[in-house]
Write a protein that binds this ligand. Structure first.
Ligand code: F6P
Length: 548
C-alpha cells in the first residue's frame, strides 16, 4: 500500500506549531533552563549504551508534544509499518526499501512479491563470512600462490562512502589487511592508489549496484588493465570479485559467477553497507565485527519500530530538524563527532541525508511550498573548533548541531580523552549560554585595561548563545554502537521524508549532470566543434579542448 500524501503545512498541527513558534522563538535557552529545573532530565533519553540529551534545543515540552502530534497527524506510525514490512514506499522506482531486513533476526519474515527475503539474505551473509575467513586466514591464495594482503574497494556514492566510512571508523578493530578505496573517475585517484599495490597480493572488490556507473566501470577497467600488465588473464578470477544486482553485466565484465556477491534492488545505494556492499568492511575487520555492526543496527531498528514517539531517538531527532528547518528557517545542520575515527561520518551522511531528502516535489506530484532537506556538514572536534566554530558561535546563521561523543576512548589514554571530552562538553555549554556583556566587562576590567579600550572591545567579545545542540553520548565506539548510530540517522531520514511528504528513496536529481557529461565527453573526443551549449559552457569546453 502506498504512503499517504499529506501536505504537512496544511495540517491543523502546523497552524498550532506556527503560533507556538511565535511565542517561544525569542526565548533564550538559559531562560528555559531557569524556568524548569527538571528540563535536562525531562528532555533526554537513556537507551542501551546511548545517552541523548535534547535539552539544549530551543524547545519546550509543548514544542515536542506538538511535533509528535504532527507526526501522528501525518500517520507516521502507518508509514513505519509500511517501511519495515516491504511495502513499495519507493514509489517512483516501484521498489520496497528494506535495508532493515538485512539486519533482521534470522527467523524474521519479510516479504517482497510474496517471497520471504530473509533466507536469501542469510545465504549472502554466509558467502561473505566464508570468503572473509578464507581471505583473512590466508587460505585463499592469489594467482602466484601468495596470500592476499591488500583489499581495494572500487565503487562510488553508496558503493564507497558507507564501507569507507565504516572501515575508517573501525580501524581499531582492523586485521592485517590493508584497505584502499578508489571512487573518483579522476584518473589520478586510482593512479595514486596503485602505486602502493602488488597485484600478486591484492584483491579488488568492484562494487556497483547497477554495474553501469561510469566512474566505477572506468576505474575497474583501468585497474584490470594495469593488473594484466603483470599477470595473465586466468589470474583475474583469483583477484577480482564484484558486488552487484546486475549479474549479467558483471559476467560480461569478466568476473566469474562464483565471485559475485549479489544484492537486491530493494537496498538503496546509500543504505547498502549492510548488504554485500559491506564486503570490504567484513574483510577489513573480520566477519564477527561486521555481524556486530548489523546487530547494533538491528537493535536501533527495534527501538525505532516499537518505542513511543516521545521516547524514540530517531523520531525526536527528526522532529527537531523539522522544527529548525521549517520554523526557524535554519538551512543547515552540523554533525560534530568527538572522535577522529568518525572523520568521514559527515561526508557519509551528506549522501544519506541530502540525496534522500533534497526533493522539491511532494508525494502527490506537486511542488512543495515549504523547505525540505537540510544541508549537512561537519568535521570531528576538536579540529573543527579551530576551523569553523567561530561562525557557529558568533556568526549570523542558526546552525543546529549534533555533538557525538564517547565515554571511553579505545586506546585508553585518559589524559587525551578527558581533554577531548572537556571540549565536547564545553562547546555545547558555550553555544547555549554564550557570554553576556556583564561577564565580558568584568573579565576585561580584571585585565587592567583602560575604560576606553574596554568600551571599544566589548561588543566583539560578547556571545549571544542560544545556539541549539543535541548531545549524543555513547559508551564506546564499537561495531555494535556504530551500527546503532548509523541506523539512527537512517530512520531520522525516513521520518523527515514522511513528514515533508516527499519520496526519500529515489535520486533522480543526480541524473541530469550525468547525461550532459556523456554528451560533452563525446564532443571532447570529436573533431567537430559542437554548438549545442550555452555560451559560457561552450567557451569553457573549447578552452579545455584547445589547452589540454
Ligand atoms: O549518485 C547516484 C548513485 O546512484 C547513488 O545513489 C549510488 O550510491 C551511486 O550512484 C553508485 O551507484 P552504483 O552502486 O549503481 O554504482
Amino acid at each position: 500500500m502506498a504512503l499517504k500524501a499529506t501536505n504537512p503545512t496544511k495540517t491543523q498541527t502546523w497552524e498550532q506549531l506556527t503560533s507556538h513558534f511565535n511565542s517561544i522563538k525569542d526565548k533564550h535557552l538559559n531562560e528555559l533552563f531557569n524556568s524548569n529545573k527538571l528540563r535536562a532530565e525531562q528532555l533526554s533519553l537513556k537507551w542501551d549504551d546511548f545517552y541523548v540529551d535534547f535539552s539544549k534545543n530551543r524547545i519546550t515540552q509543548e514544542t515536542l508534544d506538538l511535533l509528535i502530534q504532527l507526526a501522528n497527524e501525518v500517520d507516521l506510525k502507518d508509514a513505519i509499518s509500511k517501511y519495515f514490512s516491504g511495502d513499495i514506499i519507493n514509489a517512483t522506482e516501484k521498489r520496497a526499501v528494506l535495508h532493515t531486513a538485512l539486519r533482521a533476526p534470522k527467523d524474521a519474515e519479510v516479504f517482497v512479491d510474496g517471497v520471504n527475503v530473509i533466507p536469501g539474505i542469510e545465504d549472502v551473509k554466509q558467502k561473505i563470512r566464508n570468503f572473509t575467513d578464507r581471505i583473512v586466514g590466508g587460505e585463499h591464495k592469489g594467482y602466484t600462490d601468495k596470500a592476499i594482503t591488500t583489499v581495494v574497494n572500487i565503487g562510488i556514492g553508496g558503493s564507497d562512502l558507507g564501507p569507507a566510512m565504516v572501515v575508517d571508523a573501525l580501524q581499531y578493530y582492523k586485521n592485517h589487511l590493508k584497505t584502499y578505496f578508489v571512487s573518483n573517475v579522476d584518473g589520478d585517484h586510482y593512479q595514486e592508489i596503485i602505486k602502493n599495490l602488488n597485484p600478486e597480493t591484492t584483491l579488488f572488490v568492484i562494487v556497483s549496484k547497477t554495474f553501469t556507473t561510469q566512474e566505477t566501470l572506468s576505474n575497474a577497467k583501468s585497474i584490470r588493465a594495469w593488473f594484466l600488465e603483470s599477470l595473465p588473464k586466468e589470474a583475474v578470477s583469483k583477484h577480482f570479485v564484484a558486488v552487484s544486482t546486475n549479474i549479467e553485466s558483471v559476467k560480461t565484465f569478466g568476473i566469474d559467477e562464483q565471485n559475485i556477491f549479489p544484492m537486491k534492488d530493494w537496498v538503496g545505494g546509500r543504505f547498502s553497507l549492510w548488504s554485500a556492499v559491506g564486503l570490504s568492511i567484513s574483510l577489513a575487520v573480520g566477519y564477527a565485527n561486521f555481524e556486530n555492526l548489523l546487530k547494533g543496527a538491528g537493535k536501533m531498528d527495534a527501538h525505532f519500530k516499537s518505542t513511543s514517539f516521545d521516547k524514540n531517538i530517531p523520531v525526536i531527532s527528526a522532529l527537531l530538524t523539522i522544527w529548525y528547518n521549517n520554523f526557524f528557517d535554519a538551512e543547515s545542520e552540523a554533525i560534530i563527532p568527538y572522535t577522529q575515527y568518525l572523520n568521514q561520518f559527515a561526508t557519509y551522511l551528506q549522501q544519506g541525508i541530502m540525496e534522500s531528502n533534497g526533493k522539491f516535489i511532494d508525494r502527490a506530484g506537486d511542488k512543495v511550498n515549504y523547505q525540505t532537506g537540510t544541508i549537512i556538514w561537519g568535521e570531528p572536534g576538536t579540529n573543527s573548533q579551530h576551523a569553523f566554530f567561530q561562525l557557529i558561535h558568533q556568526g549570523t546563521k542558526l546552525i543546529p548541531a549534533d555533538f557525538i561523543g564517547f565515554v571511553k576512548s579505545l586506546h585508553g589514554n585518559k589524559d587525551h580523552h578527558d581533554k577531548l571530552m572537556s571540549n565536547y562538553f564545553a562547546q555545547t555549554e558555550a553555544l547555549m549560554n554564550g557570554k553576556t556583556k556583564k561577564v565580558v566587562l568584568a573579565e576585561l576590567k580584571s585585565q587592567s585595561m583602560s575604560d576606553a579600550d574596554i568600551e571599544t572591545l566589548l561588543p566583539f567579545k560578547v556571545f549571544e548563545g542560544n545556539k541549539p545542540t543535541t548531545s549524543i553520548l555513547i559508551q564506546k565506539l564499537t561495531p555494535e554502537s556504530l551500527g546503532k548510530l548509523i541506523a539512527m540517522y537512517e530512520h531520522k531520514i525516513f521520518v523527515q521524508g514522511i513528514i515533508w511528504n516527499i519520496f526519500s528513496y529515489d535520486q533522480f536529481g543526480v541524473e541530469l549532470g550525468k547525461q550532459l557529461a556523456k554528451t560533452i565527453l563525446g564532443e571532447l573526443n570529436s573533431e567537430k566543434p559542437s554548438v549545442i551549449h550555452d555560451e559560457s559552457t561552450q567557451r569553457l569546453v573549447d578552452y579545455y579542448k584547445e589547452n589540454r
